[in-house]
Design a protein around this ligand. Structure first.
Ligand SMILES: [Ca+2]
Ligand SMILES: [Ca+2]
Length: 527
């Protein structure tokens, strides 16, 4: 039984492999363009610049961030907003000036939390609340908020060795955040992730769409946008219809730099909602968009002009920046790290492809199972899985006697092959011997055998001749003794004539033999 299963498995595997290989070839032939032909996203996503900030020119000359306001120890530069510097007991925050005007949204935050110590504090918070927070005890912002808070909590207050931690908490304005226990009993959902001191900025994607709150996290170990991981997803979440977006941070006895590099907000619309035009908003949006672009152009122009007028200073500035920030060792490490990241990306891609192959193989097994169950008509649905074979269907397996027959055949084939092998090796050995002895010696052997045969022939011939002579002599003697009847006058061969004839025959024979030998000697010279 085990045998038949084994044989069947092997046959199936081979078929599955061929099938999979075919499928793979088809996919590869279709190229990446085909992969891009995924179903269009159901969610319409629009960048909301009035709720976003990003470099370059994140802050204006006067230090303000367009459409945002910051307070406390926060400082904005062209490249990022430092919510808190790595000094003790700092608090800072940045809030959108306008309340949101869309039901569903997605916010992507790129930030860095960096500190010298193995442990840092306190952490960074993302807010979506009905009113803007003010300076307070919850990661730099006020308590009893109304809306959503997502905390990147660096410090382990409850000593459960579960920080840095990402947690979300919804408040209706009544709850007080339980700092001493890291809000463990108050959290909506969370995940254990390290976001401190990463080579690249860490990223968090917070999506609120149709009352589902999803937080994706990118650990900053690569610069690849594909490396987002699920932190949590919660259904039936009800947040305020409109609210302000904000980021705050705080330090305590221990202190980290909390830098936000990018804050991108997108409004999300369902396909039906996307069809409803909002003319007023569109017109206003376009106006602001144009203004913003013009402003950015003007700023860039000014900067370029300054760089042209003071080329040395501009160059020195960039060089200084680079040299100040990184030592040679750092740069080397960074290069190594980038190389490793590239390797990791390749490995991730390979892993993905392997997963793909495994899933295809599983699908192939299912199809084969269905086919073997006599459901030849089953064709896999495009993109879907083939239906699994119904239970209790007899499966066509190889019987024991068939297996025995196959085995016997195989044994015969093996024996025959062995014989052929022996034969071939025999020929090989002989050929080797012949080659070893050389062609001339082989000729000699042949020639010797020929000579022997010829001498034998000659001897036989001579014997015949001798016998004939004896017979003739006997006849002659017999004829001489009795009185012969009178012989008619017939001309008989005389004895002398006969002997001469015999001698002549011998001479001819010898001449022929000598001639043949001389021909052979001539032929030998050609080798
Ligand atoms: Ca904490
Ligand atoms: Ca903790």
């Amino acid at each position: 039984m085990t045998w038949s299963v084994f044989v069947l498995c092997r046959r199936e595997r081979l078929l599955a492999f061929l099938f999979t290989f075919g499928l793979l070839l088809t996919t590869e032939a279709q190229g990446p363009g085909q992969q891009a032909q995924q179903p269009p996203p159901q969610v319409h996503k629009r960048f909301e610049y009035k709720y976003s900030f990003k470099p370059p020119y994140l802050a204006q000359k006067d230090g303000t961030v367009p459409f945002f306001e910051y307070s406390g120890n926060a400082i904005a530069s062209e490249e990022s907003v430092r919510i808190t510097p790595s000094l003790r007991s700092q608090k800072g925050a940045i809030w959108s000036k306008l309340a949101s005007t869309f039901d569903w949204w997605e916010v992507e935050i790129n930030f860095r939390v960096t500190g010298r110590g193995r442990i840092g504090a306190d952490g960074l918070a993302f807010w979506f609340t009905t009113t803007k927070g003010f300076e307070g005890p919850v990661f730099g912002s006020s308590d009893r908020w109304n809306g959503l808070g997502i905390f990147f909590d660096s410090f382990d207050n409850d000593n459960k060795h579960n920080n840095p931690y990402i947690m979300s908490m919804i408040n209706d304005g009544t709850k007080v955040y339980d700092h001493q226990h890291d809000g463990s009993t108050q959290q909506l959902a969370g995940c254990l992730r390290d976001f401190r001191n990463k080579p690249f900025p860490v990223k968090a994607k917070i999506e609120y769409y149709r009352n589902v709150l999803t937080v994706m996290f990118h650990n900053g170990m690569s610069n690849n946008d594909k490396d987002f991981e699920m932190c949590f997803k919660v259904d039936n979440v009800v947040l305020p219809k409109t609210g302000y977006f904000g980021i705050s941070a705080a330090t305590g006895g221990l202190a980290d730099d909390h830098d936000v590099i990018k804050f991108s907000t997108y409004s999300l619309r369902s396909p039906e909602m996307a069809l409803v035009p909002d003319n007023a908003n569109e017109a206003e949006s376009k106006k602001f968009e144009l203004e913003f672009e013009e402003y950015q152009k003007k700023l860039k122009q000014q900067k370029d002009d300054w760089a042209k007028q003071n080329p040395d200073q501009a160059k020195a500035k960039t060089d200084d920046d680079w040299d100040n920030w990184f030592t040679d060792q750092d740069k080397e490490l960074q290069q190594i790290f980038q190389g490793q990241s590239a390797i990791r990306e390749v490995l991730t891609e390979l892993h993905r492809k392997l997963d793909d192959i495994v899933s295809r193989q599983e699908r192939s097994f299912q199809i084969l199972g269905a086919l073997q169950a006599g459901q030849g008509a089953v064709v896999p649905q495009a993109g879907g899985k083939a239906p699994p074979p119904p239970p209790n269907v007899p499966v066509d397996t190889i019987r024991r006697d068939e297996v025995n027959a196959i085995l016997a055949n195989q044994r015969e084939i093996v024996t025959a092959s062995r014989d052929i092998k022996n034969f071939v090796s025999d020929i090989h050995t002989k050929t080797g011997q012949i080659l070893g002895r050389g062609v001339g010696s082989a000729q000699q052997i042949g020639s010797g055998a020929d000579m022997e045969g010829t001498i034998k022939d000659v001897r036989e011939n001579l014997n015949i001749v001798k016998r004939d002579i004896n017979i003739a002599i006997q006849r002659m003697a017999n004829q001489a003794a009795p009185s012969c009847p009178p012989v008619p006058d017939v001309s008989c061969v005389s004895t002398t004539f006969f002997v001469v004839l015999l001698a002549a025959q011998m001479v001819v024979l010898v001449v022929v033999l000598v001639f043949r030998d001389s021909k052979k000697d001539q032929a030998k010279k050609y080798y």
